[in-house]
Design a protein around this ligand. Structure first.
Ligand code: DX5
Ligand code: ZN
Length: 221
């Protein structure tokens, strides 16, 4: 099966004091930049408040793929979408109103993403495929970069690909994606790849994104 591959590097492990140039350094080889928003409530870590995120989004050389790891995603999801993010992903575990929330994100002009933590089954969401533009299967516990890819998520990735069938829903993986793991994730069915430390700890981040893409593309063709 030929699948289109998308690279969405995360700046969580980039140099926060010069994010604009960090994003520019990967712009030519990436499709989106992945912005991890953490509130120290949904996850035990904090990254940006709304005002700082707004500045990053408005100055970004790449369209922004926002990953909201926040408790108040019912309110924040549409607000992030209204900032001009290309995509806004919310966690299934953080809302009781997943379907209206995804619709509200779309109504603000962004693609609507649904993320699940490692312990959350994808089976609860097979009935709402018409409001999902992207599934995000977490391959680490959300909160921190630099953790090891959880191989035990591979069956969930496979199952999500099966559920998607021929719908135009993207399947993103996030956590521990590297030269060593990207082929397994692609083989299981992923087509959209977050990589944080693998990219920004590399000597040449752009070359790393290109190398990761080549491995995934090769596996998907
Ligand atoms: C973790 C974040 C990830 C993180 C990935 O909660 O959602 O996007 O930046 O970092 P790596 O690629 O280092 O696992
Ligand atoms: Zn993320």
């Amino acid at each position: 099966m030929v699948r289109e591959i998308r690279m969405t590097p995360s700046i969580l492990n980039a140099d926060f004091s010069q994010l604009e140039s960090e994003i520019s350094s990967i712009a030519e080889v990436s499709d989106f930049v992945h912005l991890d928003v953490m509130d120290n409530v949904f996850v035990p870590n904090f990254t940006f408040n709304f005002e700082s995120a707004q500045k990053i989004i408005q100055s970004s050389a790449l369209p922004v793929d926002a990953h909201l790891m926040v408790a108040d995603c019912d309110y924040m999801g549409p607000r992030y979408a209204s900032l001009g993010c290309a995509s806004v992903t919310v966690h299934a575990e953080a809302t009781q109103h997943i379907s209206p929330l995804l619709k509200a994100i779309r109504a603000e002009g962004a693609r609507a993403g649904l993320a699940v933590k490692p312990g959350t089954s994808i089976e609860h969401y097979v009935d709402i495929l018409d409001v999902v533009d992207m599934f995000l299967i977490m391959t680490v516990e959300p909160g921190f970069g630099g953790q090891a890819f959880m191989d035990e998520m591979l069956p969930k990735i496979r199952r999500t690909r099966e559920i998607i069938g021929d719908r135009p829903i993207w399947l993103q993986v996030d956590g521990g994606i590297s030269l060593e793991t990207i082929e397994r994730a692609t083989q299981a069915g992923a087509d959209t790849f977050v990589a944080g430390s693998a990219v920004f700890k590399a000597q040449d981040p752009a070359l790393m994104v290109a190398s990761l893409r080549a491995l995934a593309q090769n596996m998907a063709d």
